[in-house]
Design a protein around this ligand. Structure first.
Ligand code: 1GP
Length: 242
């Protein structure tokens, strides 16, 4: 019962305060075969994951509702929507990262999609977690940059990344997501994570291009509170067993 009363945001804050690190497995509905979901869920349930994120830059198939319904039935992990646009809202999930792409200057991803999503979200019980989303240059063009038509921030320009994260915190974001992009060649630099973690109070999510357990631990050591793993688990569901 107590579990139900604490929001996912509160749980993330508590984990941060206790120094407990969190791990999300990202499932992109376009890459999931529902018939094979049971096997995948066994792997997820045996993994150290604390959250399941669901979403993608573009979701073209229409299995989102089915996928989230099955996730809710077959795991006890919180299911959090990580949307590419307002079409990716399902009332069956527990929460949604209400993202604003702070690194870009495309008004659609700064406020237009949020305006479109607000009335839809009001009709659901989803926990809405405002999240600053910062795309960092990672060596190859990523789907986020392509779809949002924005440029990532230069990975050498840590001052600009820090100012962006601080502005996002001042605007009231509850989480800050440092994103290298799915399948990124280079993950977010550890020094950058460290600098941001030392200079903002809100929990930090780090994802994109993390391909081994070492990479996860390094991100935690640098100050990430929650790490997101997508591609590496998609390619190898035994990823966490090594
Ligand atoms: C992408 O941060 C996530 O939005 C995860 O990236 O697929 O590279 O793990 P990967």
């Amino acid at each position: 019962m107590e579990q139900k009363l604490r929001t996912i945001h509160q749980q993330i804050l508590e984990a941060k305060n206790k120094g407990q690190k969190l791990l999300a497995i990202l499932l992109d509905p376009d890459k999931i075969v529902l018939e094979k979901l049971d096997g995948l869920l066994d792997k997820i349930n045996q993994s150290p994951a604390t959250h399941i994120f669901v979403g993608g830059s573009i979701v073209e198939n229409n299995i989102l509702e089915d996928l989230i319904g099955q996730l809710k039935q077959k795991t006890s992990l919180p299911v959090v929507i990580f949307p590419g646009d307002p079409s990716q809202i399902s009332p069956q999930a527990d929460a949604i990262l209400f993202l604003s792409l702070l690194s870009g200057r495309n008004p659609d991803y700064l406020i237009e999609y949020q305006v479109q999503a607000a009335p839809i979200l009001k009709k659901t019980d989803l926990e809405v977690i405002s999240t600053g989303y910062i795309l960092i240059e990672s060596g190859n063009e990523t789907a986020v940059a392509r779809v949002s038509k924005t440029k990532p921030l230069n990975r050498e320009n840590v001052d600009l990344v820090l100012a962006t994260a601080q502005a996002g915190e001042m605007l009231g974001n509850k989480l800050m997501y440092l994103e290298a992009g799915s399948g990124a060649k280079n993950a977010v630099p550890l020094k950058m994570i460290q600098l941001i973690a030392q200079n903002i109070e809100i929990p930090i999510i780090v994802g994109g291009g993390i391909v081994d357990l070492h990479g996860i631990q390094n991100a935690y050591n640098a100050g990430a509170d929650l790490v997101v793993i997508g591609t590496a688990f998609e390619n190898d569901s035994h990823f966490f067993e090594s």
